[in-house]
Design a protein around this ligand. Structure first.
Ligand SMILES: O=c1ccn([C@@H]2O[C@H](COP(=O)(O)OP(=O)(O)O[C@H]3O[C@H](CO)[C@@H](O)[C@H](O)[C@H]3O)[C@@H](O)[C@H]2O)c(=O)[nH]1
Ligand SMILES: [Mn+2]
Length: 579
């Protein structure tokens, strides 16, 4: 009886927030204010001078736009939802038959993304608390650099010590860089500084020194090229023009495949796709698609986790939390992907450039979850392989969680050669890759577009924020990096708005209208720039001539704050309600 009860109990449950009614009252108050402002503008148009009339009408147009955008944002603030997962139930029911998980880590430049840090991310993935025979870690190196390959060889050797250490002391986080940094700088570290701790730290530092030495040299000295894989680097290889290199560094059934306590290690595969000047490589989307194909022949895990190389796993349980969604008997089969938030651990106290993305992580994505369509925002997302590969959701769909690859006859070397053509430049020519299959090309926000396509094909998605953050990354720190990132996001969003996938214009037949409006917040982000500029320039210019475009000072304050900063105000109020 008890077993039956657990068998039927869901693997996750969903709840709303307590402050919802209060928030709705607050939003109604704001709406009334907005209507008053618009009414005032319409009934007081100054006609005495044409510049004044023009300024007035410009402000009115901006306010109309802000009001429209405010209504868009309300869709995701009206009904945010949050989930709770039951990992214990998952393990009771599926402990011995958990699905294979393929982790894709992407790196593109050994200078901007130092291999020593990339290896900490890779090690945090290898050390997940998950059956190692079910885990495969793929590193995509878009620079095709032997420095990164060398670093990965070092990381695999270090993993033999690191993983047992993590298991023994229940280490969190399992990125050695973050772990040693945090245990030296924070009093809350759960591990006493012991002999073993010091030994492991020394070992880690020695490895990092070796990697940094090689990186500083710009090439791997001959005596360090112990792995036969180095023979694939020829002297004419440059990042934009080289042959594909695929190396299975840790496989099954060889002396390299176990840690020093004789426990199996996860598979580790290095992939540098072919690059040629004359062929466009489609950035991260292109590399992810190569990994999708290559992995389908090596491990073929039904679940795929993608992380950027600077975003380590901060919670060794997060795979199991994600699986609680996919494996839930009642709702799991509809879910195409599960997105975790992207938090950064290098945010400065004042967060000058607003990098913490709190509104997105704490409100907007839970709000989109209310429509069962949180966005795919890139790093930290678990995908159902079939959904990513372009399959449509159909009602009777049943996933084959045990799928794998029949490897009985293929040794690692044979397999490497066999799958090489999947990483070639011409493989995708005249195929649907990048259009209907895999990550979508031609958009600066390839992840949002890909997630949207998955939603259009009938799949739902989930958003999950764990108490112990699932992933932590390195956010942009300079103004230049910020502008570049924001420009890419706003440009990508606008591209989607103007395309035939536009949620607001064409999406309502495929997904709920509320979700279309939610997507449009990001699609129309760039369009806010003109009204904002108008609003920031015109009133002060007129004030210089002692002409106020607002009725009274007090109302001006309310007005400008309400309209231009409305999102922040709501966020503040809302977070008070939520907490
Ligand atoms: O040709 C390329 C370019 C980039 N990358 C990798 O893609 C990731 C993201 O690139 P980055 O330049 O760091 O972009 P960010 O703006 O920091 O990334 C955010 O925005 C991207 C797209 O908007 C998402 O894909 C990311 O997951 C999300 O973290 C990094 O790991 C890169 O190494 C490649 O593999 N190949
Ligand atoms: Mn990045």
């Amino acid at each position: 009886m008890e077993r039956e009860m657990t068998a039927r109990a869901p693997l996750f449950q969903t709840h709303g927030t307590k402050g919802r009614t209060l928030y709705k009252l607050y939003a109604s108050f704001i709406l009334t204010c907005i209507l008053f402002i618009l009414f005032y503008r319409l009934t007081h148009i100054p006609l005495e001078h044409y510049t004044l009339t023009f300024a007035w009408i410009s402000l009115f147009a901006s306010e109309l736009w802000f009001s429209f955008y405010w209504i868009l944002t309300q869709t995701v603030r009206w009904n945010p939802i949050y989930h709770q997962t039951f990992k214990q139930r998952l393990l009771q029911r599926y402990g011995n038959e958990l699905p294979g998980v393929d982790v894709f880590v992407c790196t593109a430049d050994p200078v901007a993304e130092p291999p020593s840090l990339v290896m900490s991310t890779v090690l945090s993935m290898m050390a997940y608390d998950y059956p190692k025979e079910k885990l495969s870690v793929y590193l995509s190196d878009d620079a095709g650099s032997e420095l990164t390959f060398y670093a990965l060889c070092e990381a695999c050797k270090f993993a033999k010590h690191w993983i047992p250490f993590c298991n023994k002391f229940d280490v969190e986080p399992r990125s050695p860089n973050a772990f040693f940094y945090k245990s030296c700088h924070s009093s809350s570290s759960n591990l006493p500084i012991s002999n073993e701790w010091s030994k492991m730290k020394d070992m880690y530092e020695e490895m990092i020194n070796r990697i940094n030495f090689v990186v500083a040299q710009g090439k791997v000295p001959q005596k360090l090229k112990q792995h036969q894989g180095f023979s694939k680097w020829t002297s004419d290889m440059i990042p934009r023009n080289h042959d594909a290199v695929i190396q299975i560094l840790v496989d099954r059934d060889d002396e390299n495949s176990v840690d020093n306590e004789n426990i199996l290690l996860p598979r580790v595969i290095y992939v540098a796709r072919e690059k040629r000047h004359q062929h466009h490589h489609n950035f991260k989307a292109g590399s992810m698609n190569v990994l999708l194909r290559v992995s389908s022949q090596i491990s073929n895990g039904p679940i795929i986790l993608n992380v950027d190389c600077d975003m380590y796993s901060n919670n060794s349980q997060s795979i199991k939390d994600a699986l609680c969604f996919f494996l839930d008997e009642k709702k799991g089969h509809e879910i195409g992907f599960v997105q975790y938030p992207q938090y950064y651990d290098n945010i400065t106290k004042n967060d000058l450039y607003d990098n913490s993305l709190n509104v997105l992580s704490m409100i907007d994505l839970p709000g989109m979850d209310g429509f069962e369509r949180p966005l795919y925002i890139g790093s930290g997302c678990f995908h159902r392989r079939e959904a990513l590969e372009g399959r449509k959701y159909s009602k009777g769909y049943i996933e084959d969680w045990n799928r794998g690859v029949d490897r009985t006859c293929a040794s690692a070397c044979v397999l490497e050669e066999k799958v090489k053509h999947l990483a070639s430049c011409i493989y995708e020519h005249n195929t649907l890759w990048g259009k209907e299959i895999g990550l979508r090309y031609g958009c600066a926000a390839e992840d949002m577009l890909t997630g949207l396509a998955i939603h259009y094909k009938g799949w739902k998605s989930k958003y999950m924020d764990l108490e112990r953050k699932a992933f932590l990354g390195v956010g942009p720190t300079t103004l230049e990096q910020n502008l570049l990132q924001r420009k890419r996001w706003s440009e990508g969003g606008l591209q989607i708005f103007l395309s035939k996938s536009s949620p607001l214009l064409f999406g309502h037949q495929k997904i709920k209208f509320g979700a279309c409006m939610g997507y449009s917040i990001y699609n129309l982000w760039a369009a806010n720039s003109f009204p904002t500029l108008t609003y920031l320039l015109i009133p002060p210019l007129f004030l210089l001539n002692n002409i106020s475009l607002f009725p009274k000072v007090r109302i001006y304050i309310i007005n400008s704050n309400l309209i231009t900063n409305i999102y922040d105000h709501q966020y503040l109020t809302f977070s008070i309600i939520v907490s």
